[in-house]
Design a protein around this ligand. Structure first.
Ligand code: ADP
Ligand code: F6P
Length: 328
């Protein structure tokens, strides 16, 4: 027996990620197809507090499937972390008779949704939308694949000039405490080495690897540094390496927020559509406090509690081994 859901809302929160718009489109159209009114909340949880909530129809999401960013905007909202802020947000949902909420974001967003659900009984479903791929319960998070494509496109360009000048480049990528972007980008770009937050690669090991490359006539090299690495960012590491190994002229590039933009890849568009479609159907079944995610090639649900508390070690062991083998 389907619960009597009349109105649902969708918001995007935390760091934006390519694919969020494709997901918003799927949420809106799946809701409308099932006879439900759909509302968009602007600027994440800040929009809930400010009652910045707009009705959406099938045309509201025309021609956005290929757009990066989020038409609903996002925000990092400290006020929502306060009891007063969350109370105001709940009252706004209630006054608009919104029965269910789809939140697209990362672990912080899910934490906020969990509290909204636990404290006020709001029906919430989470969609893992972050380029970091650091959430348990989904093999890929929304935007991760597109971010990797952006990184390797940049590295391919850097490789041209590194090879022309016989240079060593340290390239810093995003991922917060996750090395997922760095690892897959290293394999796909053919980097000589990669430094990951999850692995304590010593400077000695890195220098030994670079020395071996130089001794086997490698005229240039690329080292990818995940921003959360314990030895610091790319500038810190390049400095430490240069003090002990100056075979190459050394340069540093920080890719930064470039990785958050761009048109979503086909993979991310399809993943976004599947997750948005599934999230609405979970609400319509009366489910709550669940995250929809990709497991194998299936869309499965994981409790938000599990998604937040279980640590996902998502670095593939064969990729970790390949970084050394394929860069000789
Ligand atoms: P992400 O979702 O990408 O991890 P943030 O960590 O910025 O991004 O979280 C997004 C938003 O979720 C925050 O700006 C805040 O509004 C809300 N949020 C995060 N942590 C909490 C918390 N502990 N309690 C309530 N709301 C939270
Ligand atoms: O969580 C996504 C992310 O891009 C991280 O990889 C990065 O460390 C962080 O957001 C940057 O946050 P902001 O956009 O607030 O600078």
């Amino acid at each position: 027996m389907r619960p009597n859901i009349k109105n649902i809302a969708v918001l995007t929160s935390g760091g934006d990620a390519p694919g969020m718009n494709a997901c918003i489109r799927a949420v809106v159209r799946t809701g409308i197809y099932n006879g439900v009114n759909v509302f968009g909340v602007l600027q994440g949880y800040q929009g809930l507090i400010n009652d910045n909530i707009i009705p959406m129809d099938a045309r509201s999401v025309s021609n956005i499937i290929h757009l990066g960013g989020t038409i609903l905007k996002t925000a990092r909202c400290l006020e929502f972390k306060t009891d007063e802020g969350m109370e105001i947000a709940f009252r706004n949902l209630k006054s608009r008779e919104i029965d269910g909420l789809v939140v697209i974001g990362g672990d912080g967003t899910f934490t906020g949704a969990q509290k909204l659900g636990e404290k006020y009984g709001v029906q919430v479903i989470g969609v893992p939308g972050t380029i970091d791929n650091d959430l348990y319960g989904s093999d890929f998070t929304l935007g991760y694949d597109t971010a990797i494509n952006t990184v390797i496109d940049a590295i391919d360009k850097i490789r041209d000039t590194a090879d022309s000048h016989d240079r060593l480049f340290f390239i810093e990528v995003m991922g917060r405490d996750s090395g997922c972007i760095a690892l897959r980008s290293a394999i796909a770009s053919g980097a000589e080495a990669v430094l990951l937050p999850e692995k304590a690669t010593s400077l000695n090991e890195l220098i030994a690897q670079l020395e071996t490359g130089a001794s086997t006539k490698k005229s240039s090299s690329i080292v990818i540094v995940s921003e959360g690495h314990k030895h610091g960012g790319a500038y810190d590491i390049a400095k430490k390496v240069k003090e002990r190994f100056n075979h190459y002229d050394t340069k540093v590039t920080i890719l930064g927020h470039l990785q958050r933009g761009g048109s979503p890849s086909s993979f991310d568009r399809i993943l976004a559509s599947r997750l948005g479609f599934a999230a609405v159907n979970e609400l319509l079944k009366g489910n709550t406090m669940q995250m929809v995610g990709l497991r194998g090639n299936e869309i499965k649900t994981t409790s938000i509690e599990e998604a937040l508390t279980k640590h996902a070690f998502k670095l593939e062991s064969d990729l970790l081994e390949m970084t050394k083998v394929l860069s000789i």
